[in-house]
Design a protein around this ligand. Sequence first.
Ligand SMILES: Nc1ncnc2c1ncn2[C@@H]1O[C@H](COP(=O)(O)OP(=O)(O)OP(=O)(O)O)[C@@H](O)[C@H]1O
Length: 311
Amino acid sequence: MNQASGLKQMLAAMVGRPVAEAGGGHQAEGLRTAVSTPRRHCQTIAVAGGKGGVGKSTVAVNLGVALAGAGHEVMLLDADIGLANVDVMLGLAPARHIGHLLDGECTLEELLLPAPCGLQVVPAGSGARRLARLSHGELAGIIRAFDELARPPEYLLVDTAAGLSDSVTMFAAAAAEVILVVCDEPASLTDAYGLAKVLSRDFGVRRLRMVANMARNEGDARLLHQKLARVSDRFLDVAIEFCGWVPHDERLRQAIRRQAAVVELWPSSPSARAFKKLADAVDKWVEPGRAGLDRISFFGGRTAPVGGMPG
Ligand SMILES: Nc1ncnc2c1ncn2[C@@H]1O[C@H](COP(=O)(O)OP(=O)(O)OP(=O)(O)O)[C@@H](O)[C@H]1O
């Protein structure tokens, strides 16, 4: 079995199964989970983009703080495992990280770090080579751990790594929604297209959202979206919807240097206003197909593909 079909079968095998039956691989067996109680609906949104440096973590952090500031319960999983930066961006000092969860040394709830406006962060851990090379079973174990939260949040944001690794595709495919963060650079567009291609072709994802980051104005942001959507409409079986834009903003850089969310530090700055608008838009997303879902599942009702992995 090649690696890709192993991943695909892992996803297919896990849809809808209780944790005990998930078969997430022996590496994930050490996961300790908290006692679960009845759960509420949770919207899971992966923030991805393919290319490094386009602003994925910036969008994930500030969207998270904006949603939390609007009164929602929000968790942010730093899924750039092994190269954590959400905790650094928010000036948090995690004592434990995902590696401890995988080793069965703590529950997911014990990992949660309080961040501004009530946001809760699941830190990724940094500098351990082992964390950068997690197996499918371990990645699946992380995803399944959220099913067992005693108190699921309203929103779970997942900040994915750069590239097209299994970790990126698995976390993105497991989320109910994926935001592609794109900026006006050829490599950002081609990498976002590459990710859209893998998610649609190999994981059956039929809708993605796009946020234009570091745009000059809404017109430019929409043009960028049109460039991506035109190609994806022609060659891929996935709709890429425009869902907002964030201007290039020096205040945002200053906030990052101060290890704070611009939304909290300078709420009236252009980027903070854009993040609040984005949070409003996200809060209006309707999920008719998934209405009534009563548990956190990255899989959120999306079926994984069956049969052979396309070449
Ligand atoms: N709208 C913006 N205005 C100004 N600077 C920005 C904006 N968005 C992001 N940046 C800057 O771009 C840099 C990269 O951002 P960020 O770390 O969020 O990217 P990333 O896509 O998560 O990168 P990686 O994949 O390497 O983790 C940061 O220094 C950040 O300050």
